[in-house]
Write a protein that binds this ligand. Structure first.
Ligand code: NAD
Ligand code: GLY
Length: 361
């Protein structure tokens, strides 16, 4: 078992990584006998894992209730959020209630936002069940929902009290869902850690066959990288923006497609490739580094360009509304070498359009 602490003074919390966590309960969960929890999950994850987790908590003396939401990014909405509030209010749940998010990043983000806002804030625990949520979404306290006009546009910062990562659950993901997680993993390596990038180049196939020691190393490294960033820039005012590599383009893809067909990770992968091309055109990155990024994305089974039907103008419409854009000015996180990114302000729209077109050549 591995434990990483997200250091945020009074709001510090553990990220616990193990392949046996659903077999035993421990104090690391930040729960005690008599606590009242509501498990929030979806109709895909519930039939596989809800009873296992419910039984574990009930045996530990925790009073456990549950709510099953509809699956899918297209349901990461205010309407679904309201289902959580209705459940909590109709059953008179008070401020001592603890929510547990059992699922991928969608369930984690929506449950976290419910916890941030129900009666002005209650506790919650992340039990991430996708690779993407284990390495990224469950950590750092970004919570929220989508709007038809933009991805993650309504939300709050609200840190969980613990993140409980169980590697066993990754075996029930599809190949597409597993690859989505690899997109955020490649993002960490390109943005922050060239040694980790080298490690991924040598070990990608071990991850794809779910080799436990490779997964453990990889997930721990991503959690350490996220911990180091979040503990110095919790509210995304500076260095945390490096974690958004590829996201301004990726969010445009997701919004354009109404949060259907493409997963978040796939959109981020195409976004990393467009960011790479943008950096190439701006002469901020050399060709061999760009080629290494492209090859790693391909080996991970990820797309290296966006949906064919999407024009550069379709991207720009959403990108200028991005949280990093100011008055339509594009401020983009771009790779300048493997392991290092820079935010470039006021990037020319025509250059971005050409970089999008470059992904097809
Ligand atoms: P997801 O939550 O939609 O999960 C993908 C699919 O896998 C879903 O159908 C889900 O039900 C299913 N699933 C989950 N666990 C499973 C398991 N163990 N076995 C079988 N099926 C399982 O998507 P995701 O990729 O986990 O997360 C993407 C979301 O995370 C996006 O909304 C994105 O914006 C958000 N995100 C948030 C942050 C953050 O810092 N808060 C960071 C990155 C991404
Ligand atoms: N996933 C980006 C962040 O947490 O800041």
């Amino acid at each position: 078992m591995e434990k990483i602490i997200i250091k945020l003074h009074k709001r510090s919390y553990p990220v616990v990584i193990s392949d046996k966590l659903f077999n035993h309960f421990s104090s690391l969960w930040s729960l005690h006998a008599g606590d009242k929890v509501v498990l929030i999950t979806n109709d895909r994850v519930a039939p596989i894992y809800l009873n296992i987790l419910c039984n574990l908590l009930t045996h530990a003396g925790i009073v456990t209730d549950q709510l099953i939401l509809p699956d899918g990014e297209q349901n990461k909405t205010l309407i679904t959020l309201n289902k959580i509030f209705t459940k909590l209010l109709t059953q008179n749940y008070d401020r001592s209630t603890i929510l547990i998010a059992l699922g991928g990043g969608v369930i984690g983000d929506i449950t976290g936002f419910a916890a941030a806002t129900y009666q002005r804030g209650i506790r919650f625990i992340q039990v991430p069940t996708t690779l993407l949520a284990q390495v990224d979404a469950s950590i750092g306290g970004k919570t929220g929902v989508n709007h038809v006009l933009g991805k993650n546009m309504i939300g709050a910062f609200h840190q969980p009290n613990a993140v409980i990562i169980n590697l066993d659950v990754l075996s029930t993901l599809t190949v597409k869902e597993f690859s989505s997680g690899l997109a955020e993993i490649i993002k960490y390596a390109v943005a922050l850690d060239s040694d980790f990038f080298n490690w991924l180049e040598s070990n990608l196939e071990n991850l794809l066959i779910l080799n436990i020691s490779s997964l453990m190393y990889c997930i721990r490294r991503c959690c350490e990288l996220k911990a180091s960033i979040v503990s110095i820039d919790e509210y995304d005012q500076g260095i945390r923006s490096s974690l958004n590599l590829g996201h301004t383009y990726g969010h445009a893809i997701e919004s354009y497609l109404n949060y259907k067909k493409w997963s978040h990770g796939e959109a981020v992968a195409a976004g990393i490739m467009i960011a790479t091309n943008t950096a190439l055109r701006l002469k901020q990155l050399n060709y061999s580094a760009a080629e290494r990024i492209k090859q790693l994305l391909i080996r991970a089974g990820l797309p290296i360009h966006g949906p064919k039907e999407m024009t550069p103008n379709n991207y720009l419409r959403y990108m200028t509304r991005d949280k990093k854009s100011i008055s339509g000015q594009l401020n983009l996180v771009l790779p300048v070498s493997i392991g290092c990114v820079k935010t470039i302000s006021n990037v020319n729209h025509k250059l971005v359009s050409l970089s999008i077109e470059d992904t097809y050549s």
